[in-house]
Design a protein around this ligand. Sequence first.
Ligand SMILES: Cc1ncc(COP(=O)(O)O)c(C=O)c1O
Length: 455
Amino acid sequence: MKRVKFVLDDKSIPKKWYNIQADLPTPLHPPLNPATGKPVGPEDLAPIFPMALIEQEVSTKRWIDIPEDVLEKLLLWRPSPLYRAHNFEKALGTPAKIYFKNEGVSPAGSHKPNSAIPQAYYNKIAGTKRLTTETGAGQWGCALSMACKLFGLDLKVYMVRISFEQKPYRKMMMRTWGAECVPSPSRDTETGRRILAENPDTPGSLGIAISEAIEDAVSSKNTKYSLGSVLNFVCLHQTIIGLEAKKQMKMAGDYPDIVIGCVGGGSNFAGISFPFVHDKINGENVRIIGAEPSACPTMTKGPFIYDFGDTAQKTPLMAMHSLGHNFVPPPLHAGGLRYHGVAPLVSRLLLDNLIEAKSYQQSECYKYAVLWAQTEGFIPAPEASHAIAAVAKEALQAKEEGKEKTILFCWSGHGLLDLGAYDSYFAGKLKDFDIQDDAIKKSLTGIAHLPKPSL
Ligand SMILES: Cc1ncc(COP(=O)(O)O)c(C=O)c1O
């Protein structure tokens, strides 16, 4: 009988996160205070994050202990299973071996609770009573809603309007976990009111929703802000995915030639790949590929610049690949991939050629997502379908070359609440979008005055 699942018991859950900052060949550029142009200090971040997270953001310690109370909650669904996708391999007729880490088994349905739980925990022990956040597709909003309820915190979620309208069930999940969820831009913040006055029909964007959530946090009592991707500490928390996967690949008697994840802000990709980037830095021969949408080609077309993380310029300047903080991506269904920037850590690895980036049109992603559902059973989230398209391409390449490659990827979430997207695909209504260089140039002209990071 072929082995399909590789399952770790509770005792085998990793007890430490892996911090890639300890091993970077080139250190990160510091985030800058836009007013002074100087690196931000902990005191600049203290109004929005608890100190434990700020320390993790700048730490260069290789291994960071996962607190007992966090492990206890992660054990509700972790360790997550690793699967071998025999049926998908067969459908492609590839000699490649395809393994996937199923992050869709979490209560919220994606990898996002891996960081929501520690963020809620560190806020709780610091005395925070309420959090604010943004959400794209609603996955992060759901994850943080659950985490806040488990630790007894209130939460308000600013959800990108297009997803708020396309994905009504996620806001019901957030309510079930006790959170308040409003469409962004909203009338509840100055930023939201200003943007609505300028463009009443805007679909919203993660950049706008982040601005609203930060404005709310800094102007409300006992409130802090929480971000579901991009930051170093979020990437750190997600490394539990890759650390488990390493143990499971060992159980399978394999090691990947290629590691793949889809990239929005970069957190699930960081999670599956950073423990393998560690091996690559230490001489292992492994390719690592981030898959992004052609409609929001941050890594493949965005320059490496200092830019704001949000539309209203409330965050520090971060050195990253960016399409410009005013870039509003077309309304593609993978809402969680509609972000103008990408994690500084992921950007750094791309510059240092430790990882590769590729972009895919959504129609191609759905083609492979449907093949996946019809062979492996699980229906992927639109975001995860980008990783699946990348896996399929690599597996077909292996077939052409007659090589038995081993591919590992992060199946970052299920798509059971994204069925409207599948419906559009079957009705032939799904549009592909190509972002022209001119549009990116235009979006970047407004920030030409910002400091430039050296390469
Ligand atoms: C299922 C799923 N995968 C991937 C992403 C992209 O986010 P990140 O790049 O931070 O992993 C999201 C974001 O919402 C998501 O919901």
